[in-house]
Design a protein around this ligand. Structure first.
Ligand SMILES: [Zn+2]
Length: 99
C-alpha cells in the first residue's frame, strides 16, 4: 500500500460569499438583529412548521423572516423545505376538494 487517494471534502451547507456580505453588513450597520446563515438554518424547519400550522411565523421568528428575505441561499433552503413538506402532505392527505 503506497499512497492513499485524496479524501474528498464533504460538501457543506454554507453560503460562502453571502456569509461574508452578511457579516460586512452586520459590522457596518452595527445591528444586533441580524442572524447568521447557520442560525437561520437552525430555525428554518421551525419556521416552516409554524407556517404550515397557520401560525404567525413572521411574528414569532422575525429574524428568520428578515434573513430569508435578504439571503437567497437560505431562501432556497427554505423553499426546499416547504417543497419537501408539501410533498409529504400530499402523500398523506386524502383527495382534497377542488376549489
Ligand atoms: Zn443565509
Amino acid at each position: 500500500m503506497s499512497d492513499t487517494p485524496k479524501a474528498e471534502l464533504p460538501k457543506r451547507r454554507r453560503c460562502g460569499p453571502q456569509d461574508i456580505a452578511g457579516l460586512m453588513r452586520t459590522i457596518f450597520s452595527a445591528e444586533d438583529d441580524d442572524i447568521t446563515c447557520g442560525e437561520c438554518y437552525e430555525h428554518i424547519d421551525e419556521y416552516v412548521d409554524m407556517l404550515r400550522a397557520g401560525e404567525d411565523a413572521a411574528t414569532v421568528l422575525p429574524k428568520v423572516k428578515a434573513h430569508l428575505e435578504q439571503c437567497p441561499c437560505c431562501k432556497m433552503e427554505f423553499q426546499a423545505f416547504v417543497a419537501i413538506l408539501e410533498a409529504e402532505t400530499e402523500t398523506n392527505r386524502d383527495e382534497e376538494q377542488g376549489a
